[in-house]
Write a protein that binds this ligand. Structure first.
Ligand SMILES: [Cu+2]
Length: 487
């Protein structure tokens, strides 16, 4: 299809070139110069300029009437200010647009070629230079200063009693967290993320649970690797080789003794005594021997046992790699240190009463909200079009945005005359395959309804048995000890 289109375009260009050539040749035949254009032609072209301008303006005005009101009414306090700034800029741009285009097309018509008119030579005028330098400078300065002031107002510090809400993005959904009664978000760490803990909230219970889980995974993998048939056979061979080597060594010595014995009777006794004395150096201690035999016995027992597995080299390597990664993961969790927030709330305990929302979250009308944005994987953009709010969410860099919703969902349904209307939080950064579907419903309601709703939501650690921080630390210390013992 693309190829056909390309061929048609190429053929079209060739045809046009041929037509132009024909035109040139006919004017040659008529004995006219190519640049001689009739007065009628010039008039027609001048008129076409004006006609085009009229059509251009008509379509522009139609677009403004048809789609100019594309924004639903602003539903936040700063939204009004934002819209005013936007309109102010649009009006300036439109004024310049009409001015410049009118001049462009009208002049093209007015000053069309006229054999009776002589062009005026006009090289420079200081007043004109001054005018078209100073006026745009003033206009631009006004736009920039006005814009900056609005931006600073919108992005300034939130007030002390603002409601704080965390918005967390990942491919491809949103999670919203409320801080609970203590007003503090629990510490979060990505190493603790599990299906039941999507934000990786740090709690003593979560830490010890995660450590136990990783421990059991490591133990299972290590046991599997220890029972690998090939590994067992190799180890048996190694132990047997060592045992044999010590036997051979003994025999060698005894033979040597015999030779000596045959050769020099007198020294026979000495030599035997010498052999016994040196037993520990050349051969093997009884303890070592016993240990090796026990090990051999154990290995043979394992080889016959029900746990023995056969793994390909690649599979064994993959499992060893997994053990390595799990140990690193465990290390990172053990490095998460407990501390107190400024208000004296322990960071590990603040998370217990946090409330986590998926799919839908609520905000009270008329109260300032401070969003704190975090991201797990890539840069997303939290976009709440009705509130004129947008902020990038960046992995590792918390971002913020404050706003005060002014219209409840119910009122907005009346305003836009749609009983199914809902506010949405969208992702406005193309973040991957399911980006288009990355959204969350927002409900703005009265303070009472909001409180009732929040009350009905479950706390993060509800129904979970709560371990203390010291339990988790003890667990971590325990594992550390085991680790050094095995090393
Ligand atoms: Cu996204």
């Amino acid at each position: 299809m693309k190829l056909i289109t390309l061929l048609v375009v190429i053929a079209g260009v060739i045809a046009l070139a041929q037509l132009a050539k024909v035109g040139q040749l006919t004017s040659l035949i008529r004995n006219k110069r190519e640049e001689d254009i009739s007065a009628a032609d010039t008039r027609l072209n001048g008129g076409l300029f004006v006609a085009f301008m009229v059509a251009f303006y008509a379509s522009f005005i139609w677009l403004i009437i048809r789609y100019g009101d594309y924004n639903p009414p602003a539903a936040s306090a700063h939204g009004e200010t934002y819209d005013t700034l936007m309109n102010f800029n649009m009006y300036i741009i439109m004024a310049v647009f009409f001015l410049v285009n009118t001049a462009l097309f009208m002049f093209a018509n007015k000053y069309r070629q006229d054999p009776n008119r002589k062009a005026k030579f006009f090289a420079h005028d200081n007043r004109l230079e001054l005018i078209w330098t100073v006026i745009p400078s003033i206009v631009l300065a006004v736009i920039i200063i006005y814009g900056l002031r609005t931006w600073n107002e919108m992005t300034g510090e939130a007030s002390e009693d603002a409601l704080r809400v965390e918005v967390y993005s990942k491919q491809f959904d949103w999670t919203v967290r409320y801080p609970g009664a203590d007003g503090e978000f629990g510490l979060a760490n990505y190493n603790l993320i599990t299906p039941t803990n999507p934000l990786g909230i740090v709690t003593a219970d979560g830490v010890s649970g995660a450590l136990e889980e990783i421990e059991s995974q490591i133990a299972a993998l290590e046991s599997e690797l220890a029972h690998e048939r090939g590994t067992l056979l190799a180890q048996i061979e190694e132990v047997e080789a060592e045992l044999h080597a010590s036997h051979d060594h003994d025999h060698g010595h005894v033979d040597h003794g015999h030779d000596d014995h045959a050769g020099h009777d007198d020294h026979a006794h000495d030599d035997h005594a010498g052999h016994d004395d040196h037993g520990d150096h050349h051969g093997m201690s009884a303890e070592r021997m016993a240990m090796l035999e026990a090990r051999l016995h154990e290995l043979e027992h394992m080889l016959e046992g029900p746990d023995v597995v056969v793994l390909s080299n690649a599979a064994a390597e993959a499992k060893a790699g997994k053990v390595h990664r799990l140990k690193r993961h465990r290390q990172r969790i053990m490095e998460v240190k407990p501390f107190d927030y400024e208000g004296g709330v322990a960071a590990w305990e603040a998370g217990a009463d946090d409330k986590i929302m998926k799919g839908e979250f609520h905000l009270p009308v008329g109260r300032e909200v401070e969003f704190v944005f975090r991201s797990r994987d890539v840069i997303h953009s939290a976009y709440m079009p009705h509130f004129r709010a947008q902020m990038n969410t960046v992995p590792g860099v918390p971002t913020r945005f404050k706003m005060t919703p002014t219209i409840t969902t119910d009122s907005m349904r009346t305003v836009v005359n749609d009983p199914d209307f809902d506010y949405v939080l969208l992702c406005n950064k193309v973040c991957g395959a399911a980006h288009f579907n990355m959204q969350m419903k927002m409900v703005v309601e009265s303070e009472e309804s909001y409180k009732a709703w929040l009350e009905s939501q479950e706390e993060f650690l509800a129904d979970k048995e709560v371990a203390t921080e010291s339990d988790a630390r003890a667990e971590a210390a325990n594992i550390e000890n085991n680790e050094s013992a095995t090393l």
